[in-house]
Design a protein around this ligand. Structure first.
Ligand SMILES: [Zn+2]
Length: 235
């Protein structure tokens, strides 16, 4: 049977909170400092093209330092491929310019119960090790009069997943943004994910997964949580 762990106490408030930990402890215990992605004030001073050029050059130095032969036909394109993948794909969610445009519609059917979009597959990357986090997100909301296209729920999940992440922050960022977009506090997010930094290295636990939750507004009640979980896990 799958073992699940719920992590609730690794969010240490304030940048100084991690000072007493070694960098290995911060990574292996997945400690983090805040619910906003820590970004520099000048994060977008360079254009995407300039970033790709710089990352490619720095990544070839990493490969060279590892002793890899960058004149080999199989390896020589890798730095440019990695740079392109970072900027255009797996870390594209760092740039607000890439945020999906969301249109809302009037709730013509007057459907006022919860809507659950479950099993949204996502791929993210752990900000402590830069290796994948692979999981499923389940997103629910109750309409306050407006509804959102179902594919847009998926797109919001993918946007926040495409950042270096910790799972708790990913969960909260999706929940808080959906509350803002939908104009209602009645939003829930459940994420169940595997971290490759836990399964393929470190403690090498291949069976555990991590579950994190965001229950806003009407979802923050035992009855609603039970109902939501039965939609997700029993149907
Ligand atoms: Zn990690």
């Amino acid at each position: 049977m799958k073992k699940e762990t719920t992590i609730v106490d690794q969010y240490l408030n304030g940048a100084d909170a991690l000072q007493n930990f070694t960098f290995e402890e911060v990574g292996d215990d997945h400690l983090f400092t805040g619910l906003e992605t820590p970004m520099k004030a000048d994060a977008f001073k360079l254009t995407d093209e300039e970033k790709k050029e710089k990352i490619a050059s720095l990544f070839s130095e990493i490969m060279d330092t590892l002793g890899l032969d960058l004149t080999d036909d199989s390896l020589k394109g890798t730095p440019a491929r990695v740079a392109k993948m970072y900027i255009e794909e797996i870390f594209s969610g760092l740039n607000p310019a890439n945020k999906p445009k969301i249109a809302l519609f009037d709730n013509k059917y007057q459907y006022n119960q919860m809507l659950v979009e479950k099993n949204i597959t996502f791929y993210s990357n752990c900000e402590h090790h830069f290796v994948p986090i692979i999981g499923k997100a389940h997103v629910a909301y109750k309409s306050s009069g407006k509804v959102i296209g179902l594919s847009k729920l998926n797109r919001i999940v993918q946007y926040y997943a495409k950042r270096p992440q910790v799972q708790e922050r990913l969960t909260n960022q999706i929940g808080a943004d959906l509350q803002e977009i939908l104009g209602t506090k009645d939003v829930a997010v459940i994420i169940d994910a595997k971290h490759l930094c836990v399964s393929s290295r470190g403690i090498k636990d291949d069976t555990s997964s991590t579950v994190t939750t965001f229950y806003g507004g009407a979802f923050d009640s035992d009855e609603k949580i039970k109902q939501l979980q039965s939609y997700i896990y029993n149907s």
